[in-house]
Design a protein around this ligand. Structure first.
Ligand code: ADP
Ligand code: G3P
Length: 498
């Protein structure tokens, strides 16, 4: 096989699976491969992955994806990496072995430690990192490893340990320890990175008691970082794009202008708004984060995460058994004309942005003798849209501007009723693209730009195509009543478990 056909290989290392997708110049998916890996729950609230399994599944899907088409490394113009963010790996540089499992972003073991920092450091941390103190981010996880793994603190002080988010860990493996790098988007989720100066912050390192020697070099999101070692592919391939998965989706959705917003409807909802060159520090409990850095241009974003979205549909299926398949939710919800007064706040694991109440719990209100399962299913779909609207509303308040449209992706965006409900509740045009693999596409675009596979953003913009749009069909009075009823129900869910 010659060098004639050239593709970009995108590696999407997610929370439950490792995936590889091969894109051609028109953005068409040529091939893909996926492998799930094991989740470890050693104690309530703890979530871990085996870093070696993350690497082995990722390497094998990459190889499988290329081999399926009878291609080899020479046909790959570049690799883009996108990953579950915040998840923390610490390894010994001399043995290459992780000293503990990866502590996953969902892991809550450091919640109390984080609480103890709030009084003194909330302001300085938000100002420097754009983040709200929470166990979600990497810093407290690194701190936990150094405090709890035998001998770790001593080794770290001797400069023998390395920390990485998943991108860093994968690149370390791909290059056999030659490249120790991350990009600004991943760094911006550690709580150790100053998003204004674009450097690891000495004061934050001191607060979390983490030696600087265990941090990677921070690069842009689109450049040639390194070549893969020839142990995996017969020829070297440039690794040329890195972005955290939500940032990659924002780029893959081509939300490249200030004010553009995307929502990914998966297990949770991740809503992100491009704010251009401005790092807006939220007045409404949202996160400020780096969207990407291309060349010398840094783009910032506001972000809000809803913890339980599609997971609420899973709960209807697996917990209550009132639907058989997730997509049946649409048909069953349509059996009733409205929610019949039922409101469901799916705070099953607390509430994320903009409430950040880890003690909130799921609340189902307004049930009468006339309540049918259709009402509950409908209320669940509405809750996904309403939780998203709470974040969109906070974003609009922060930028003091209405968003024009909402670009959507993720498994649950296939649900037309949900998309129409979102448009009604947010009074916004909801736009669903043709290719829904926006995360992998974003990483491919970043890598392709760096190696000259695509010449510029204008060329890429032509690849993004709309499939369907949903326009508001609700009047203002109804919208405001729905919102008020929702806010009342949210209040009832607060601070339940103590
Ligand atoms: N047609 C549908 N209607 C509502 N929810 C759906 C539908 N299809 C999938 N889902 C939900 O979307 C989620 C899967 O989406 P996906 O993007 O694969 O999630 P993740 O990447 O977080 O694993 C599941 O929680 C599922 O319940
Ligand atoms: O694993 P994903 O793709 O749902 O993404 C996880 C997020 O990056 C966590 O912040």
């Amino acid at each position: 096989m010659g060098k004639s056909k050239q593709y970009i290989l995108s590696l999407d290392q997610g929370t439950t699976s490792s995936r590889a997708i091969l894109f051609d110049k028109k953005g068409k998916i040529i091939n893909s491969a996926q492998k799930e890996f094991k989740q470890y729950y050693p104690k309530p609230g703890w979530v871990e992955h085996d870093p070696k399994e993350i690497w082995s599944t990722q390497a094998s899907v990459a190889a499988e994806c290329i081999a399926k088409e009878g291609l080899n490394g020479l046909n790959i113009a570049g690799i883009g990496i996108t990953n579950q963010r915040e998840t923390t790996v610490v390894w010994d540089a001399s043995t290459n072995k992780p000293i503990y499992n990866a502590i996953v972003w969902q892991d809550r073991r450091t919640a109390k430690y984080c609480d103890s920092l709030k009084e003194k450091y909330t302001e300085v941390i938000q100002k420097k990192t754009g983040l709200i103190i929470d166990a979600y981010f990497s810093a407290s996880k690194i701190h936990w490893i150094l405090e709890n793994v035998k001998g770790a603190r001593k080794k770290a002080e001797k400069g023998l340990l390395r920390f990485g988010t998943i991108d860093t860990w994968l690149i370390w493996q791909f290059t056999r320890g030659k490249a120790y790098v991350t990009d600004v988007t991943n760094a911006s989720r550690t709580m150790l990175f100053n998003i204004h100066t674009l450097e690891w912050d000495e004061e934050l390192l001191k607060i979390f008691n983490i030696p600087k020697s265990m941090l990677p070099e921070v690069k842009s999101s689109s450049e040639i970082y390194a070549q893969t070692a020839t142990t995996l592919f017969a020829s070297k391939i440039p690794i040329a794009g890195i972005a955290g998965d939500q940032q990659a989706a924002l780029f893959g959705q081509m939300c490249t202008k200030s004010g553009m917003v995307k929502n990914t409807y998966g297990t949770g909802c991740f809503i992100m708004m491009n704010t251009g060159k401005k790092a807006i520090i939220s007045q409404h409990q949202l996160l400020t984060t780096i969207a990407w850095k291309i060349g010398d241009n840094v783009n910032y974003a506001l972000e809000g995460s809803v913890f339980v979205a599609g997971a609420a549909i899973q709960w209807l299926r697996d917990g209550l058994g009132i639907i058989k398949k997730a997509h049946h939710s649409e048909k069953i919800a349509k059996e009733v004309k409205d929610n019949g007064g039922v409101v469901f706040v799916p705070a099953l694991t607390g509430l994320g942005a903009p409430y950040w109440d880890q003690y909130a719990r799921g609340t189902l209100v307004g049930i009468t003798r006339g309540t049918q399962k259709g009402h509950i299913v409908r209320a669940t779909l509405e809750a996904i849209a309403l939780q998203s609207q709470d974040v969109i509303e906070a974003m609009q308040a922060d930028i003091q501007m209405q968003a024009k449209e909402l670009r959507v992706d993720g498994g649950a965006c296939a649900n037309n009723l949900l998309m129409q409900t979102q448009s009604n509740i947010s009074n916004i045009d909801v736009i669903r693209p043709k290719i829904l693999e926006t995360t992998a596409m974003g990483a491919a675009f970043l890598a392709g730009l760096a190696v000259g596979y695509w010449s510029d953003i204008d060329e890429i913009n032509k690849i993004w195509k709309m499939d369907k749009s949903f326009k508001n069909k609700m009047n203002e009075k109804e919208r405001s009543a729905t919102n008020q009823q929702w806010k009342k129900a949210v209040q009832r869910s607060f601070n339940w478990e103590n």
